[in-house]
Design a protein around this ligand. Structure first.
Ligand SMILES: *[C@@H]1O[C@H](CO)[C@@H](O)[C@H](O)[C@H]1NC(C)=O
Ligand SMILES: *[C@@H]1O[C@H](CO)[C@@H](O)[C@H](O)[C@H]1NC(C)=O
Length: 503
């Protein structure tokens, strides 16, 4: 009876189920979670979803549901394990500055890890032949690991969906050749630096291509660049929501599904309920899963703790991932509670958190907005700077630059300010929170309806079929540089003429 019901239900869901391949690199927790949610939603809908679980790290869960039809795992390469085991990645992330050079170095480092794992995957003698035998209607891959791009091309799947678990880094629309409004906020950067940032983005495309081209060219004679392959994509989904990002013009075939990665809410345990019954205002502190608190440079940790201790009328709940000498030495601090894991979603939703100090990852930021909690952002790397800047410009959050954590008094000032009433921010938060209430369901529906309508058409429209739009950022940089050269030339000619006249 139950089986009949399930069977009936899955037929009712959609006329014909699709065979879908999802390439999911298990590297950064937030990216994995976002991609897995998409796979799970489509599988729950009744589609037949196969996932390539390309494991970089076993300490990250693949987050896949039992609805997934088949999981093809790839073991981590020994070199990748060695690189990631030293704890060097979080340390590098913590030490990076928001400068173009350092952000480029981070992308290079990550690119290196992805390249090593991709080379290892290609060496697996069963995976690609097995995939070549299977038939897929289309495939989904995360934009940050272009190994997926190469795999899909060599197994002959040309209908693809790109998903991005971060906000739109300009490199994505630039690679796809679609027009999009300015995404990189330029305010925190001086004009020259902004231009440099843009050029680094082009560099990122090369980094991605360096993963695909040499590896797949050597083994499979692949001739296309990663950009050319990506432009065949039919759809692009971003993990953002207009509530926090603001309305922006979108290229055709791009959709925002921020909210899809909201976690299911659970009841808090008695331990947390007791913590939350503390009458003091409560501040949640978490820097996410990539730049973990336990790898924070010593001077920053010490300064942050010193600031917390100075505010013993406030209770701090700090996600700190290890039982090291730092937490042991501080066990006696009565207003700081260290937690290796914390139910962030449930704590934020409790209505008892006054302020959330966060690295400003897209998932955390949206969760805070959903719950209407005040945010003090300390952006560290990647899209976090853009997320923080946009939300700040939209009057939703306040930002504490990482370097200010070196100074306890600046932290105290920022936290005190964050605990004060601020009518403008509170009003905006109420608005964004109400916009986000149904975001999860809406995002799931948008994902399903867009995908099903796109692949009911054969062939579905792809980005490479559209006239190539030039990204406004490229035009800005080109015009800017051309004007600078023109003025330089005019100045030079005037100078020469004047000198000639004087002589
Ligand atoms: C190679 O791929 C297959 C899946 O087709 C998987 O079962 C196996 O574990 C992989 N081997 C390694 C070393 O990753
Ligand atoms: C949470 O608690 C409420 C009442 O206290 C209960 O009805 C509900 O089933 C609980 N939810 C979960 C997910 O345990």
């Amino acid at each position: 009876m139950l089986w009949a019901f399930i069977l009936l239900n899955s037929f009712c869901l959609y006329g014909s189920a699709f065979d879908i391949l999802v390439y999911a690199p298990r590297m950064m927790q937030s990216h994995v979670y976002f991609t897995a949610r998409i796979a799970n939603v489509l599988a729950a809908r009744g589609h037949k979803v196969t996932v390539i679980d390309n494991i970089f790290r076993y300490d990250v869960d693949n987050e896949l549901s039992p609805d997934i039809h088949q999981i093809l795992t790839v073991e981590p390469s020994p070199e990748v394990t060695k690189l990631l085991n030293t704890g060097s990645l979080p340390t590098i992330l913590w030490n990076s500055k928001a400068s173009p050079e350092e952000q480029k170095a981070i992308m290079e480092g990550l690119g290196h890890v992805h390249r090593l794992q991709c080379a290892h995957l290609i060496e697996n003698s069963t995976l690609i032949p097995k995939l070549q035998e299977m038939k897929f209607d289309f495939a989904i891959h995360e934009v940050f690991d272009s190994c997926g791009v190469g795999i899909l091309e060599v197994i002959g799947v040309q209908k693809t969906v790109i998903v991005s678990s971060t906000g739109p880094m300009d490199v994505v629309p630039i690679t796809l050749g679609v027009s999009d409004t300015l995404n990189t906020p330029c305010k925190p950067y001086k004009r020259e630096i902004f231009k440099k940032f843009l050029f680094q983005l082009f560099y990122q495309t090369t980094t991605q291509d360096a993963i695909v081209s040499p590896l797949f060219k050597k083994k499979y004679g692949l001739k296309k660049s990663s950009g050319d392959i990506m432009r065949q994509a039919n759809l692009l989904f971003y993990n953002i929501h207009e509530g926090s990002d603001g309305m922006r013009m979108r290229g055709r075939r791009s959709y925002d599904i921020g909210g899809i990665a909201f976690k299911e809410q659970n009841n808090l345990t008695t331990e947390y309920q007791n913590l939350l019954s503390d009458p003091r205002p409560k501040v949640l502190v978490s820097f996410g899963t990539a730049a973990t608190s336990s790898h924070m440079p010593r001077n920053l940790k010490t300064s942050l703790l010193k600031a917390m201790k100075q505010m013993n009328d406030v209770l701090f709940i700090w996600k700190y991932e290890s039982d090291d000498d730092f937490t042991k030495a501080e066990e006696m601090t009565s207003n700081v509670v260290f937690k290796k894991f914390m139910p962030q979603t449930d704590l934020l939703a409790s209505g008892k958190i006054s302020l959330f100090i966060t690295h400003c990852g897209q998932n955390s930021l949206l969760e805070a907005f959903h719950a209407g909690v005040r945010v003090l952002a300390v952006p560290l790397f990647g899209d976090q700077h853009r997320n923080a800047k946009l939300a700040e410009e939209n009057g939703l959050i306040e930002v504490l630059p990482k370097k200010d954590i070196e100074t306890s008094s600046k932290i105290v000032e920022a936290v005190r300010n964050g605990l004060l009433r601020n009518e403008k921010i509170e009003r905006n938060l109420i608005q964004v929170s109400s916009l986000l209430q149904n975001a999860k369901k809406n995002a799931e529906n948008l994902l399903i309806s867009t995908i099903e309508s796109t692949y009911s058409v054969d062939p579905p429209p792809d980005f490479s079929k559209f006239p190539k739009n030039y990204h406004p950022n490229i035009l800005i940089v080109l015009i800017d540089s051309a004007l600078a050269m023109l003025f330089g030339l005019i100045a030079f000619v005037i100078f020469k003429l004047l000198r000639k006249n004087i002589q």
